[in-house]
Design a protein around this ligand. Structure first.
Ligand code: PMP
Length: 376
């Protein structure tokens, strides 16, 4: 198998799976229970959270567990606007967000909030002047992803924060860091709120967290019992949380070295795919090496994905979350519908090998030529 869909999800690493099974077997108590089994679980919860907090240089109270990034994004956006609706009704997002952010924005618009979409340049970089002009005295939130999931475009969050705060110090800055964490270094101090998901960093599906700076107040979306966190009541899923903590530690080892290795793999693919007349690369100088988006102008991407699948090669059309749709990211960069309807995303990780890339390029060539011949 050649798996090149790491940005859709990752397999669980053996080390993380070990943690999951060990905690499931050995920590049967509810972390909210008073007895010794509960205390044992609560202690592990505390140490797992402390480890995550120390990796990201924040305090444990600032980590709120969620089921993944979709929930973290909901908590961040809806929680913030509900807490601040008396200050204003205006929010800003980029044109390079994950579909979950747009779905939340549609909901917020339906209950009376106003959403502005900040422009970007041809390389995908946020247009700083546009952002500056959009931030108003009633802007309560700006949400800009650290790395876009379709094209891998990385935004300079520190600079973006400075622009926002200079215009309105009270505007809260959220970033969806789901595609950044585990791939490139991130700094939570660049933002007020950040979302992440464990299944992108070789941990199980069903867990993630929202980083919420202690300076920021958000309204809870869930109500219930449990002492662990008022924003996420209920029984903490300890095996998932311990797995997430382990995965965060493993993900933040050798980040730069891994990034350099993946850059070489991407370069190899870019060089090979640049030679096809009807393939365009939707690449940018701001794209991270783990993601390469291309458009097959003469072929339906779904047909190609299935042709590759028959050869045991797996990749996505635009993203797993918007498969089959027009790529919003490609539209935001090129404003070209044909290009945006024909995208495929090749996503690599430090687990990808040179041999896999070589075999992928051979299979790609064979299957592509077969389909192109059928077309002509
Ligand atoms: N945001 C981004 C940038 C993503 O890539 C994803 C996953 N495709 C999500 C949010 C949603 O994450 P989850 O599957 O954990 O809900």
């Amino acid at each position: 198998m050649i798996y090149l869909d790491y940005s859709a999800t990752t397999p669980v690493s053996y080390e993380v799976m070990d943690t999951y099974t060990k905690v499931t077997k050995e920590y049967i108590g509810n972390a909210n229970s008073l007895h010794s089994l509960g205390v044992k679980s609560a202690n592990l919860l505390e140490s797992a959270t402390k480890q995550i907090a120390s990796i990201f240089d924040v305090s444990p109270q600032e980590i709120i567990y969620t089921s993944g990034a979709t929930e973290a994004n909901n908590m961040a956006l809806i929680g913030t606007v509900l807490a601040n609706h008396r200050k204003g009704k205006h929010i800003i997002v980029s044109k390079l967000e994950h579909p979950s952010i747009y779905a939340i924005c549609d909901y917020l618009k339906s209950i009376g909030f106003e959403v502005s979409y900040v422009n970007n340049d041809k390389e995908g970089l946020i247009d700083f002047d546009d952002l500056k002009n959009l931030v108003r005295s009633d802007t309560i939130l700006v949400s800009i992803s650290a790395v876009n999931s379709e094209l891998g475009i990385r935004q300079p969050l520190k600079m973006i924060r400075q622009i926002i705060k200079k215009e309105n110090f009270g505007t809260i800055f959220h970033s969806d860091m789901t595609q950044a964490i585990g791939k490139i270094p991130v700094n939570f101090h660049d933002v007020d709120l950040a979302s992440m998901s464990a299944h992108k960093i070789f941990a199980p599906k069903g867990i993630g967290f929202l980083y919420k700076s202690s300076m920021v107040k958000i309204t809870p979306l869930l109500y219930g019992s449990g002492k662990s966190n008022y924003l996420k009541p209920g029984t903490p899923p300890l095996p998932l949380i311990a797995s997430l903590s382990k995965a965060c530690r493993l993900a933040n080892t050798d980040l730069e070295k891994r990034e350099r290795f993946v850059s070489l793999l991407k370069e190899k693919i870019v060089n090979a795919l640049s030679n096809y007349p009807d393939i365009v690369l939707n690449d940018s100088k701001y794209a991270i090496p783990q993601i390469l988006n291309i458009s097959l102008l003469k072929i339906e991407p779904e047909t190609f994905i299935h042709a590759l699948e028959k050869r045991d090669v797996y990749l996505s059309t635009n993203t797993a979350c918007s498969s089959g749709d027009t790529s919003l990211g490609v539209m935001a960069l090129y404003d070209d519908v044909t290009r945006a309807r024909h995208t495929i995303r090749i996503s690599l990780s430090y687990m990808t090998t040179t041999d896999e890339v070589n075999r992928f390029l051979t299979i790609f060539d064979e299957e592509y030529n077969k389909l192109i011949t059928l077309k002509s």
